[in-house]
Ligand binder design. Structure first.
Ligand code: IPD
Ligand code: CA
Ligand code: CA
Length: 291
């Protein structure tokens, strides 16, 4: 292993810090709409940024809470110091640290145009450390991971997530509905990185989401691939780190999922649901019409 032993030590330290904040409870601020942030997000990103600079001084860092360092280099870490902030802020025990390493073409600083070569996800409450390196495999606490062997969506447990910005513009509720009817169930546990890690570990057959960011997916997509699964967009095309759609699966149900996405995009009214304000206005109009 080239990168993951040192990165895993950083993720463990970061996770220990998150555990302390979680135990003591933290104030919540709003970044916008229902997009939450806490002192834990910022403190832990700073910790990771400092440790990465000590251990991999040449590597760039691109963090959710604003870190942009050494953006011209050959290697860049995408860091989510706390994936699952809403859970964390409510005391719901599902969150993690996620760090994915991209090897990048020369002469560009754009996001996501290289390929991921290492990933580490640490779940501090379960003390579960997921690691992967390109072509070397994926591991959970040192044990080799393999995706599940389930062959049909009808026998699958799947998961998704919803954005915390502009929620009313997302069509995902329609997909949530269909997948719920066609599978053993859809989980919405609130940490995309752990959702991907769970696909790699065979605990879920698939995961999809619209509009994730590279810090959410960088580590998890490599885990899934190295555990034998597949990652594409909803049309089955190769996933790019800056793609706005991610579809991860055990590979065996992937074609069925892509077919279902195609049918749903073609055949359903995917209009966004009305906002609470639009609902209220509609109700007021109905009441006025009744007299
Ligand atoms: C969020 C989580 C959630 C997903 C959201 C993400 P954050 O990340 O991964 O599961 O549905 O789209 O923004 O804000 O907790 O780091
Ligand atoms: Ca995140
Ligand atoms: Ca985050």
């Amino acid at each position: 292993m080239v990168w993951t032993p040192k990165a895993a030590a950083i993720a463990r330290e970061a996770g220990a810090r998150l555990r302390e904040f979680f135990a003591q409870g933290v104030e919540t601020e709003y970044k916008g709409d229902v997009d939450l942030v806490t002192v834990a997000d910022r403190t832990v990103e700073k910790l990771i940024r400092g440790r990465l600079a000590e251990v991999f001084p040449e590597h760039g860092v691109y963090g959710e809470e604003g870190t942009r360092e050494r953006m011209e280099g050959e290697f860049r870490w995408y860091v989510d110091p706390l994936d699952g902030t809403t859970n964390f802020a409510h005391g719901f025990p599902q969150f993690c640290v996620s760090m994915g390493l991209e090897q990048r073409p020369q002469g560009t600083s754009a996001t996501g145009d290289g390929h991921i070569v290492a990933g580490v996800i640490y779940d501090p409450l379960r003390d579960e450390l997921y690691t992967a390196e390109r072509n070397l495999g994926a591991w959970l606490n040192g044990k080799r991971l393999h995706v599940s062997r389930t062959k049909e969506l009808a026998e699958s447990l799947v998961s998704t997530g919803f954005p915390s910005r502009k929620r009313h513009e997302s069509p995902n509720i329609h997909f949530y509905h269909e997948f719920t009817l066609r599978s053993h169930g859809v989980r919405r546990a609130g940490s995309a990185a752990l959702d991907l890690a769970f696909v790699a570990a065979g605990r879920l057959e698939a995961f999809w989401e619209f509009n994730l960011n590279p810090w959410d997916t960088a580590a998890g997509i490599l885990l899934v691939e190295e555990a034998g699964g597949r990652i594409t967009d909803f049309a089955g095309r190769p996933f790019q780190l800056n793609s706005r759609e991610v579809l991860a699966s055990n590979g065996l149900i992937h074609a069925e999922l892509v077919g279902l996405f195609e049918d749903l995009f073609a055949g359903r009214n995917l209009a966004p649901i009305p906002t609470p304000r639009e609902f209220a206005e509609r109700r007021a109009e109905q009441a006025a019409a009744k007299g």
